[in-house]
Design a protein around this ligand. Structure first.
Ligand code: ADP
Ligand code: MG
Length: 346
């Protein structure tokens, strides 16, 4: 495979393609790749900046034989998903790439996957860094995305209120099912960040998070953050409905074929990572507002539980309880697998 130097890589594979079709560059204050740093134009009056970084490491978040266009899509998508979860609109992003070799074919496909999503979301690549790795070191791709939103309107993790409903977008479990089949699905390879949903949830959702590590673990993050908020210390209890879980189409087909049992399907839906759906809370009074948003965007929004302040809980203890329609808890084997929760990094 042909190789080229870092500067040629930046010029040929990044610099021009990164500008194409991006309205950002029409602003005379904007400056993209090529200088020592990028320039972001002044934000509209009353907006604040939002920043998120996420990286993908070879052998840990993806395998060396992954389709490069899907990987390029994904490294930007996971960052846009973080913006979506805050309710922010994308402004621009940078890419840091640590590469063993500059493999032109592989990298053009990678850039193509990334820049296609960048154009679709009007989020231009405005800079980055490229470094050479020692032989055998795993490659790393790190994206930092910049977004914006009206000051004070961010959807934070710590906003839960007593009695809020918990909602989830889309369906769950298909990404974990695909991993188990070693057959990467569209959902796993090309997650579609819920940007439009995040924007519409501002002023409606009280708290939000994107599902990267698994639903159970993200519910835990909402409870923990909210229980550490400034007001009187208390825990939160989440009452969750097993029968309300919106199972992915792949999982439902596998259940029909009896390839998997319902405990397995539930486990993947509750603990599977890489979904990039939004988990959010909203007041019971806003049920119809949330449903309208789902209809208007053509996105399934499902109410899967609720939270209440647990006044009896000492300190900041939080609990998550799953029950089916009859009020029956999961069997002990399934409960143990749920308790192991999502994906722990350390
Ligand atoms: P410097 O030495 O000033 O850091 P570099 O040679 O690292 O300059 O980068 C030159 C230009 O190319 C900069 O504008 C930088 O933002 C951009 N650049 C470098 N690598 C990447 C990359 N992987 N993706 C996007 N832009 C990049
Ligand atoms: Mg540099």
């Amino acid at each position: 495979m042909a190789s080229l130097g870092e500067f040629e890589f930046i010029d040929r594979l990044i610099k021009e393609p990164a500008r194409q079709g991006q309205a950002f560059f029409r602003n005379p204050q904007a400056l993209g790749i090529g200088d020592d740093a990028a320039l972001i134009p002044e934000l509209p009056q009353g907006e604040q900046m939002v920043i998120a970084t996420d990286m993908l490491i070879e052998g840990r978040h993806y395998f060396a034989d992954v389709d490069p266009a899907s990987l390029g899509h994904k490294v930007l998508a996971v960052n846009l998903s973080d913006l979506a979860a805050m309710g922010a609109r994308p402004v621009a992003f940078t890419l840091a790439a640590a590469l063993r070799t500059i493999d032109v074919g592989w990298l053009s496909a990678f850039m193509d996957g990334m820049l296609t999503l960048a154009r679709e979301t009007q989020c231009p690549l405005v800079g980055g860094d490229t470094t050479a790795l020692p032989d055998n070191a795993p490659q790393v791709f790190s994206v930092t995305v910049i977004g914006a939103l009206p000051i004070g309107s961010a959807l934070r993790r710590d906003g839960l209120r007593d009695g809020d409903d918990l909602w989830v977008s889309g369906t769950l479990g298909d990404a974990a099912y695909a991993v188990s089949l070693k057959n990467p699905s569209e959902k796993l390879l090309r997650p579609s960040p819920r940007i439009a949903l995040g924007l519409r949830l501002r002023g409606v959702a009280t708290a939000a998070i994107d599902i990267s590590d698994g639903l159970q673990s993200e519910i835990g993050h909402l409870l923990t953050s909210s229980s550490m908020r400034g007001d009187a210390p208390h825990g939160f209890a989440a009452q969750m409905r097993l029968d309300a879980l919106p199972l992915g189409a792949g999982l439902r087909e596998a259940l029909t074929r009896e390839d998997i049992g319902s405990d397995q399907a539930i486990e993947w839906a509750i603990t599977g990572g890489d979904e990039y759906e939004l988990l959010f809370a909203a007041s019971e009074r806003d049920r119809s507002a949330v449903r309208d948003i789902g209809y208007q965007l053509g996105i399934a929004l499902t109410r899967i539980g609720s939270v209440s302040i647990d006044k009896g809980a000492p300190g900041h203890r939080n609990t998550i309880e799953w029950r089916d329609a009859q009020g029956v808890a999961p069997g002990s084997a399934l409960q143990a697998r749920i308790d192991r929760g999502g994906f722990a990094h350390f």
